[in-house]
Design a protein around this ligand. Structure first.
Ligand code: HEC
Ligand code: HEC
Ligand code: HEC
Ligand code: HEC
Length: 412
């Protein structure tokens, strides 16, 4: 069965009291939350009322068949095995069905649910939904994942570069390149080339010697996000004459010097003296690049000056990079489906609050790799970085889990 088209058709109301005819009673501390997910008036739900006796029967199933992995009262102490306590009943039921049909595969779960009847699935789901949720655990991972902002880190590193490359990467010193308007890929490659000695420049080599890969990507991101401006340095030469010669460069460096190839630098607004020095370096081979060497071999000093003047006058543009989302910004997106702080109000969608951090990481990876199939989660998780996964898992593991009350009202 394809899970993406599977019909969500069940809402289990857990009635702990016999008098509860139309609403579900959840443990103390339950709160009603506004629904955050659009759904069609509930007509895709079929209400199944689980009585106290049904819940007790579900508990017996759990104690026989589930407790050794999922722990007493659904609080798991086994790495990789989720808490089930206070998870939404319809979600639990749907997942159990998914394991039975093979739509979701896990060798532990296959054996556990293979012989359970429909009735037992409903009752065990009702039982787990009705118990007190896990308390949030501040794990080591959660503490270690304290928010680190790559742009702020990049800004701190860039403070040591401003003396030569200018405030925010717009140079004011002839001979020093501007660093704004460049794709991070190019800047990172350039810094690595200095560090390894592949691009020869003793001063830059010593300046980046102490920086690691994370520093390179942070500082490159910082410069890429600064507002580009032309170098605040003089440019001699004849820009008009340079314009026609520049046609030969447009294929790689872009129309008007704004490159669209991440590994090829933009030339728009670049300092003219640095520009000339770079061409000279390609010519004499002190900066090694076969493509550029061939292209500039025929340029005389006049032509280089004119080209430099032309490019210096062009308006640099920001490269296509966006500030990465912080964990709080990501979580706000996840919460649209998973409820406030991961406390889902849609019975079909899992609560994430206070879930085990190792389990959250595991399933997010499984969605990313397509091992666990869900169109919604594939789209959400494929854009997450490894660090995002760790931080989001830690974020949800430390949220307080709250049960919800599903209120089913009579039509009239
Ligand atoms: C041998 C250990 C084991 C047993 C026994 C077991 N489970 Fe599980 N269960 C797991 C593991 C491991 C996972 C996570 C698997 C995955 O990532 O898909 C899981 C996942 C689940 C999930 C999915 C939870 C979620 O948040 O998506 C449900 C529901 C569940 N189990 C219910 C049960 C029930 C009900 C029983 C008893 C009838 C049971 N399990 C017995 C190990 C077990
Ligand atoms: C003392 C002056 C000085 C300081 C400080 C300095 N740089 Fe440079 N930087 C230069 C010069 C000069 C060049 C051109 C070297 C060459 O010809 O290859 C350069 C080149 C670069 C380039 C290559 C630009 C391009 O368009 O290819 C990058 C990237 C760079 N520096 C990054 C940094 C970073 C990051 C810092 C701070 C950690 C820094 N620089 C600090 C002087 C400096
Ligand atoms: C076939 C593609 C291609 C063409 C055409 C090309 N370039 Fe380049 N250019 C590159 C690449 C790739 C680099 C980066 C090489 C490196 O890492 O040193 C580069 C680097 C440069 C740099 C160094 C920029 C910096 O920030 O350090 C200058 C200056 C430059 N090119 C000028 C020109 C000029 C002027 C022309 C036209 C006459 C031209 N290029 C044509 C691909 C090209
Ligand atoms: C468009 C709605 C939607 C959004 C947004 C969304 N999810 Fe989900 N999520 C789902 C659905 C639906 C499932 C159940 C899929 C399944 O059956 O495997 C799910 C399942 C999960 C699970 C598995 C829970 C369990 O108990 O096994 C985790 C973890 C999760 N989502 C985390 C996230 C995170 C983190 C984000 C934000 C980056 C996010 N989700 C955003 C809809 C969404």
């Amino acid at each position: 069965m394809n899970r993406s088209t599977r019909i969500f058709d069940l809402m289990i109301c857990v009635c702990a009291l016999a008098v509860c005819a139309a609403s579900a009673i959840y443990p103390p501390g339950a709160v009603a939350q506004p629904a955050t997910v659009q759904r069609s008036n509930g007509d895709d739900f079929r209400a199944v009322y689980a009585s106290a006796a049904d819940v007790a029967e579900g508990k017996r199933v759990a104690e026989t068949a589930c407790v050794r992995c999922h722990g007493a009262h659904g609080i798991s102490t086994t790495p990789g095995t989720p808490h089930l306590a206070a998870q939404r009943a319809a979600y639990l039921y749907l997942e159990l069905r998914a394991y039975q049909s093979g739509a979701r595969s896990d060798k532990n779960m296959e054996g556990a649910v293979r012989f359970l009847s429909e009735d037992a699935l409903i009752k065990v789901a009702a039982y787990y939904a009705s118990v007190e949720p896990a308390r949030p655990r501040v794990t080591k991972a959660a503490k270690g994942a304290a928010e680190s902002d790559p742009v702020a880190a990049g800004r701190a590193t860039a403070a040591g570069c401003a003396g030569c490359h200018g405030e925010n990467g717009v140079t004011q010193t002839p001979g020093m390149p501007s660093l704004v308007g460049q794709d991070p890929k190019y800047l990172i490659a350039a810094m690595k080339a200095y560090k390894s000695g592949q691009r020869k420049h003793d001063m830059m080599k010593s300046l980046v010697a102490a920086l690691g890969d994370a520093d390179f990507s942070n500082v490159a991101l910082y410069y890429a996000l600064q507002k580009p401006a032309r170098a605040k340095t003089p440019a001699g030469g004849n820009a008009e004459a340079g314009k026609s010669a520049a046609a030969a460069c447009a294929g790689c460096h872009g129309e008007l010097g704004v490159s669209t190839i991440p590994t090829t630098p933009s030339l728009a607004g670049q300092d003219a003296q640095y520009f000339a020095a770079a061409i000279k370096a390609y010519k004499d081979g002190s900066r090694k690049d076969e493509t550029m060497k061939g292209l500039v071999a025929a340029l005389d000093e006049r032509a280089v000056k004119d080209l430099g003047a032309f490019f210096a006058r062009q308006q640099p543009r920001p490269p296509k990079v966006r500030k990465p989302l912080t964990t709080a910004q990501w979580a706000a997106r996840c919460d649209r489906c998973h409820g406030l702080d991961g406390n889902s109000t849609d019975p079909r969608l899992p609560a994430l609050a206070a879930q085990r951090v190792d389990y959250l990481e595991k399933v997010l990876h499984a969605y990313r790799k397509g091992e666990r199939k869900s169109p919604a989660m594939a789209a959400m998780s494929e854009v997450l970085t490894e660090a995002d996964v760790e931080k989001l898992a830690a974020h949800y593991a430390r949220q307080t889990a709250r049960a919800v009350v599903y209120v089913t009202l009579p039509n009239k």
